[in-house]
Design a protein around this ligand. Structure first.
Ligand SMILES: Cc1cc2nc3c(=O)[nH]c(=O)nc-3n(C[C@H](O)[C@H](O)[C@H](O)COP(=O)(O)OP(=O)(O)OC[C@H]3O[C@@H](n4cnc5c(N)ncnc54)[C@H](O)[C@@H]3O)c2cc1C
Ligand code: SF4
Length: 480
């Protein structure tokens, strides 16, 4: 049924229904049910169609949100989907996992006026899921062959978004990844309760069916150098993400019961795929029956605590050295974790892990307070003397963030320049210090968001196209 717009004063904001905690905490399925058709149009019709759409300017992809909301309200769903996918390579994925409260929804004008934001993410997810169901997602059709090829290192959202666009333009594209499945952190980092794996797989399949080649279990640095790939392709895109996990420098941090977050999440995701995972079977990367302490306050920490709940942990505690207002993870994820029984120890940092070398038995934690702001303007946490406390723990998960790996060394390419944070230096056209080698996603930005990786991948594809087109033209002139 077609709805008129500007209904925000009479229609309250509603999100799709959440599954009950008792049911969702026992499996790895997504926690939100789908919007029913009528609900999606009703919620889209709350949009005020304001003259300056701040939602659009605060979406990294500058999605044309007001127009696709209006089309949804009018029941023009296929048109709405086509408009939404014109700027976004993976709208159903962003609809699920973007921190909308910090992006589009956080700047929605009716949110600012106290009426509650339009549920932009949920409508975006609804439209794209509907499009997959109805067959509106068109196959990837390769453009007229250009006779040039691009090698993409990394099958995460940045690499995949670039591969799709380059293929549409007619380039031969090979995506190399050291994992056995494409998707990057969408596949092996983010758990199914935020993003079910079939949602990622249907996107990666669509690329393969459109002629994008995957070279999996292929690690650049081990199976080929960057120079090898440059010899194979006319241009190379580096989209390798950031994977050097920050460590916890406290006594006892080397105990067997202290594990890195990504290893823990990868093991859980692999179990979900039905793989044989010895470290999970042995209990080393399995929280079942254990008292679990997760150290960190970002998205990775939130994914670990909620995974531990689903694996049947006896208790799950999150230690974070700042307070709730200053944590980097999404407030929505903290709320879900609290509903699922996770205990948050705000303003607390590990001082030592106790127990035998073969197992953690506890964490001694220092109580913190927020001191004066540091050079970055953020209040620095400082210890409160004499306020230490003990927590029992059989499994301690370190989720303290990620830095870039040393790519110039790994890729045998010392001419690849780095920023002072160790990320790859790229110019405004996303080209690195090696001509014809481009970079996109977390490896340029540092640990960031999926939506930014997609934006960078799309921009890098356009930049590579301009570069290769100019080279082809120069070669033609030289040959004349
Ligand atoms: C646990 C976790 C949860 C997150 N949750 C969210 C969330 O809810 N919402 C959100 O927006 N963002 C989230 N993020 C951040 C988001 O996943 C990343 O910003 C995004 O995936 C970056 O995309 P990318 O393509 O740059 O890199 P990645 O997704 O990391 O992909 C890089 C790929 O490169 C491959 N690779 C690396 N080195 C090599 C090599 N030498 N040879 C071959 N292949 C290589 C890797 O195997 C990987 O597949 C989360 C991150 C983590 C770790
Ligand atoms: S891509 Fe992310 S920020 Fe942009 S409209 Fe969708 S949910 Fe909002």
């Amino acid at each position: 049924m077609a709805e008129r717009m500007l209904k925000f004063t009479i229609t309250p904001r509603t999100t799709p229904e959440k599954r009950a905690v008792e049911a969702r905490a026992r499996d790895f399925h997504e926690i939100y049910r789908d919007f029913i058709d009528a609900k999606a149009s009703e919620q889209a019709a709350r949009c005020s169609q304001c003259g300056v759409p701040f939602c659009q300017t605060h979406c990294p992809l500058e999605n044309n949100i007001p127009d696709w909301l209006r089309m949804t309200a009018e029941g023009r769903l296929e048109e709405a989907y086509q408009l939404s996918q014109a700027t976004n390579s993976m709208p159903e994925i962003c609809g699920r996992i973007c921190p909308q409260d910090r992006l589009c929804e956080g700047s929605c004008v009716i949110e600012q006026s106290g009426h509650g934001t339009v549920t932009i993410g949920a409508v975006e997810r609804y439209l794209s899921d509907k499009a997959w169901e109805e067959g509106w997602v068109r196959p990837l059709v390769a453009g007229k062959a250009k006779g040039q090829s691009v090698g993409v290192i990394g099958a995460g959202p940045a690499g995949l978004a670039a591969a799709e666009r380059l293929r549409e333009m007619g380039y031969a594209v090979t995506v190399y990844d050291r994992h056995d499945r494409p998707g990057g952190l969408l596949t092996y980092g983010i758990p199914g309760f935020k993003l079910e794996k079939e949602v990622v797989e249907r996107r990666t399949r669509r690329l393969a069916e459109g002629g994008v080649e995957y070279a999996l279990d292929f690690e650049v640095g081990r199976d080929a150098s960057l120079a090898d790939l440059r010899a194979r392709h006319d241009s190379v895109l580096i989209a390798t993400g950031v994977y050097a996990a920050r460590d916890m420098a406290v006594p006892g941090a080397g105990s067997v019961g202290v594990v890195p977050a990504l290893a823990y999440l990868i093991a859980s995701n692999r179990k979900g795929f039905g793989d044989d995972v010895p470290e999970f079977e042995s209990g080393a990367l399995n929280a079942a029956g254990k008292r679990v302490v997760v150290v960190g306050g970002g998205d990775t920490a939130m994914d670990c605590v909620r995974t531990a709940v689903r694996q049947g942990a006896a208790s799950v505690t999150c230690l974070y050295r700042r307070d709730r207002a200053n944590m980097p993870g999404s407030a929505r994820e903290v709320m879900h974790a609290e509903e699922e029984g996770v205990i948050f120890e705000w303003l607390a940092a590990p001082r030592a892990v106790t127990g035998a070398a073969l197992a953690a038995a506890g964490v001694v934690a220092a109580r913190m307070r927020l001191g004066p702001a540091d050079a970055s303007g953020r209040q620095a946490p400082e210890e409160i003397p004499g306020a230490d406390f003990d927590l029992q723990a059989d499994l301690v998960i370190k989720a303290l963030g990620f830095d870039p790996e040393d790519l110039p060394t790994a890729f045998a390419a010392p001419e690849l320049a780095l920023s002072r944070w160790g990320t790859l230096k790229a110019d405004a056209k996303l080209m690195t210090t090696i001509p014809g080698v481009f970079a996109a996603g977390d490896i340029v930005r540092g640990a960031s968001l999926v939506v930014w990786a997609i934006k960078d991948g799309r921009d890098a594809a356009d930049a590579i196209h301009r570069y290769l087109a100019a080279h082809a033209a120069a070669a033609r002139i030289a040959a004349e």
